[in-house]
Design a protein around this ligand. Sequence first.
Ligand SMILES: [Zn+2]
Length: 346
Amino acid sequence: MPFRTIVGHRRLLTLLSRAVARDTLPPALLLAGPAGVGKRRVAQAIAETVNCLKPHDVASGFSRTDAPDLARDACGECPACRRIQRAVHPDVIVIEPGDMGSIKIDQVRDVIDRADYRPFEGRRRVVVIDEADALMPAAQNALLKTLEEPPSASMFVLVSSIPDALLATVRSRCSRLRFAALSASEVTEVLRRDHGYSEQDARAVAVDAEGSVGRALESESADLVEARDGAQRLLDYTARAGDPARRLDAARDVTGKKGTSAGERDQLAACLRALGSLLRDVGIVSAGGDRSLIGNTDLEPQLASVARSFDSRRSASAYAAVDEALAALERNASPKIVADWLVLQL
Ligand SMILES: [Zn+2]
């Protein structure tokens, strides 16, 4: 998993790549940010780039078109890179929570002991602590001294989506890299490339994933495809029909017949989130904004057609109404009432 194959996070990857090339990588890093955006992959890419036997860099004729910002990257193919990918490299140690959900002091003592020895075959021993917030307080305290004065040939990479759960003393000894959520397009790209999603499924899941591949993978893609289809039909319909009675018919389409059960509530909520995402895109189209910001790129022709009825003011107020409808659903309002109200606001 070299840096150049990681989706998103370009600025952080550039920074890390330069630091590896200049040998100025801090000995203790904290990769902090939302769950499911690729932090652990980045930790592995650091370990590969540091220990790769044939790193790509300017001297080795690194293709600048592939990765224009990277000063150095792992080859991804040498024996060292392959062993790291298979998690059998003797100098790259990953610790993570056990069955009980926590990282115990014994796991930490073991890596501290090993950190004192020179690397067996790599240039630098890399200890990755995934879900570092699961470190028991005693384990964190055991780490403190090592984080403060790491043995010169070792480095520590802590990964956490809730970094504030770590002891302040641990946090203060690490250089923190802040990861942001991915864009919907980036989530789509990962789902298609690494998880075998079709373009349509990937798009539908990505717009509801809040920039997290992990979240996207947890959600039911079939339901979300249906939710986005429903949202699109509703939007098409309201763009054309002014008549309230006919609009209310369109509401039945997305709430089911009764519109009362918990399942119908979830389905409507998914539909509303998809609708919000579509309206956001319609707003971009009608305002003549930057098309690269569009989440539902596969629906651009349909978005353009809806944008003829939804100028930027109407799409903004519709977006606000969707937001209000979602809040009402969360307060337990009836899905049927929420849907009826919403179709009259759009
Ligand atoms: Zn390599």
